[in-house]
Design a protein around this ligand. Sequence first.
Ligand code: TYD
Length: 202
Amino acid sequence: MTGVYIALEGGDGAGKTTVAARLVELLEEKGDTVVAVREPGGTALGEEIRRLLLHSSDMTAWSEALLFAAQRSQLAAEVIGPALGRGEVVIADRSYYSSLAYQGGGRALDPQLVRLINEAALEGVIPDLVVVLTIDPAEALARQADPDRIGRQGAKFQEAVARVYRELARSEPDRVRLIEMGDDPDDVARAIFAMIEERRLG
Ligand code: TYD
């Protein structure tokens, strides 16, 4: 039996974390066994890498991209792959699609190389569905009380991130979906829940 791997994506301050928590509740109410993960982090090594990524002083764009891929490889091997093998549902707060958008878009690294290092690191453990939460950039900025090193990169950086997400939704329509965040995160969680159900039935 194979489970299903759903990734929630979006720019900083889009409200993914609230939606992820609500989505986990909806799935559990329905009887699914759910494993919730977040990137960067989710393993002992991954949490150490998270600290480096979000708080250390400067690093090159490629150090950043490779550290994201390293923590992700660990998470896929230790947590996500085994959960899928047990037939469970994985709800991930970010995935390698964040690296395509942030390191490929925001940092302007070669997007094909960013994809390549990540797909190599993941060894086939890739999301079945990627839901990108979109939000007005001014509102997103207002929601960020205490931005981390990457969250402080400014409006141009966030615009580049948003542009790549839109391009990915166009080029991979079966896997990547955009959903606009309205006023109620519950509505968004219910819409994603319906997408998961549709996928399981189909
Ligand atoms: P996250 O903890 O999701 O923060 P937020 O809730 O503010 O979105 O992610 C931390 C930061 O790391 C965020 O600015 C996005 C960035 N990031 C990347 O640049 N590349 C990646 O591959 C990932 C997973 C995150």
